[in-house]
Ligand binder design. Structure first.
Ligand SMILES: [Zn+2]
Length: 299
């Protein structure tokens, strides 16, 4: 059992963190540049984001490595630094939060399509394995494969993450359909990801992005109805984005999101954090509700 699954097995609801890239942009990251280069060039700034979330009440923080796979880094001519950028990502988060909190190494999609023959399964596996090894060597406690919309790619990423020996979370992104159900781009429902991802070695399943908390409550219930015990992680957006004066804004305040936290936990979530539009203030409000829930679990 790894350190994440051990924490979960203690029975308390855990809090993770919120958005990273918007946070980096607020510190000066220019759009169109490689966010992960900051792990080497602005190490303390990256570490301070992790520290902000830890101070807000996160039990675990992610790493600035979402796009640090070989394929995305090659677009910035940084492919040769894939291992070093991932290792520095985990080191920065660890530096920011100290030894007690958990560090989850973030692994996002490659943007390459297996179905179209742009990449082979083996090339994908090797790229993910290199990324995960860098994260592990930098001190990550677990890997979170996230924002996945292609189940095949997610399965390969989970297998590669698992090859490091760390605990693995796999979080997929679903769209709400007009009929009230949720599907990814290829028509896969939340219930349908459970068996293949667990067979690939995922220890925790979940969903992030694409929906506000209201949608995530339904997704959580669907996963829980399919598997009664698998730990579930949910990172909802701060509502669905709206365009205001030409800029995208996420409408839900920390109070709006935290008002739904208990319902999310009742539906089956074990780990609650946030995705697009969430800040340390959102996490602080969510953490307050989780604390209430955990104090009830003591009795
Ligand atoms: Zn998001």
């Amino acid at each position: 059992m790894g350190s994440l699954t051990k924490r979960i097995s203690e029975g308390k609801i855990l809090v993770s963190d919120g958005a990273w890239v918007t946070f980096l942009q607020s510190k000066g990251l220019e759009p169109g540049t490689c966010p992960e280069l900051w792990n080497l060039e602005h190490f303390e700034e990256v570490a301070s984001i992790a520290a902000s979330y830890a101070a807000a009440g996160s039990d675990m923080v992610e790493t600035n490595s979402f796009g640090a796979n070989l394929f995305k880094l090659e677009q910035f001519e940084l492919g040769a630094q894939a291992y070093a950028l991932n290792k520095a990502a985990a080191e920065a988060s660890r530096h920011g939060v100290g030894p007690e909190k958990l560090v989850l190494g973030s692994v996002g999609p490659t943007g390459k399509f297996l179905m179209m023959g742009e990449v082979s399964e083996n090339e994908l596996f090797e790229a993910f394995a290199l990324q995960c090894q860098g994260l592990k060597d930098g001190g990550a406690d677990a890997i979170i494969v996230e924002t996945m919309t292609d189940l095949e790619e997610a399965v390969i990423a989970v297998r590669a993450a698992k090859s490091t020996g760390l605990d693995v979370v796999c979080s997929m992104t679903f769209d709400a359909l007009p009929d009230g159900t949720f599907r990814n781009e290829k028509g896969i429902a939340p219930a349908e990801m459970v068996e293949p991802l667990m067979a690939a070695g995922a220890d925790v399943l979940g969903s992030n992005c694409g929906n506000g908390t209201t949608g995530m409550i339904k997704i959580t219930a669907e996963i829980r109805a399919t598997h009664t015990t698998v730990p579930i992680l949910i990172h909802a957006n701060a509502g669905l984005p709206i365009c205001k004066d030409g800029i995208t804004v996420f409408p839900e305040s920390p109070a709006d999101m935290s008002a739904l936290t208990l319902q999310l936990i009742e539906a089956g979530a074990n780990i609650v954090g946030g995705c697009c539009g969430t800040s340390p203030e959102h996490i602080k409000a969510i953490a307050r509700m989780v604390k209430v829930k955990n104090s009830m679990l003591d009795y």
